[in-house]
Ligand binder design. Sequence first.
Ligand code: ATP
Length: 257
Amino acid sequence: MRIVVENVGKTFTDSKKSEVTALENINFAIENQEFVVLVGPSGCGKSTLLNIVGGLLSPSEGQVYFEGTLGKEPNLGIVFQEIALFPWRTVFENVVYGLEERGVSKKEREEKGKYYIDMVGLTGFENAYPKQLSGGMKQRAGIARALSVEPDLLLMDEPFSALDAQTRTIMQEELLTIWDRTRLSTLYVTHNIQEAVYLADRVIVLSRHPGRIKSVIKIDLPKIGRDEEKYRSQFEQYSNEIWNLIRHDAQEALKEA
Ligand SMILES: Nc1ncnc2c1ncn2[C@@H]1O[C@H](COP(=O)(O)OP(=O)(O)OP(=O)(O)O)[C@@H](O)[C@H]1O
């Protein structure tokens, strides 16, 4: 599905009653089956923008269109950094939660639950409870839950940033494999430049205070296998280009931290 973000702005009123412009004049589209990554320093409005696209926050200005929904609510799959799995539900019960909410039949829930649990590599853990799972496994369950509703758009907000470096690398690889099978339009937020270059069809770089689109960079590398030696210099060029766009803002963000 194609999603259009048009003239979106967001102003918050902070605790001292002064206005903070988190986002200003944001325009972009996510094409059907496209993987778009939002990248930028702390406080540039990445999460605010993702939450607006996901309908969790309303914009102060502008709008978000889901093309072809004909007035129906779009189906969204959302994965956050901290996966809020229900502790009293098993992996399977967590994964099919969204399907239950939508009144999907037991037979279909069984089929889809099994299918997406298999897709994220959790077969054998269907009856485990969240407290029995590692961080990476919880994240897998969260991804399966988001996928099970077969969303029009997958939204991911720093889904792997709480994981250790090795697990994170494995999850990034697996996410690409999953994306290859599902071809979902995806909006992914990260502050990690390598992750952005590894995953994205296009990277949208945001600047801060106010959050504006600074640049849009198409990553012209094959979707799978970008980490191969033969692409190393192009990969580094993209990473350097993005870092040069962000560097100043990131230094400013540090001073305020
Ligand atoms: N509910 C809120 N009330 C007031 N200000 C807010 C609120 N939510 C976000 N902001 C402000 O809006 C700006 C953007 O915040 P946001 O969390 O979207 O940035 P971010 O790029 O996701 O940052 P990070 O990478 O640190 O999570 C920041 O200046 C933040 O302080």
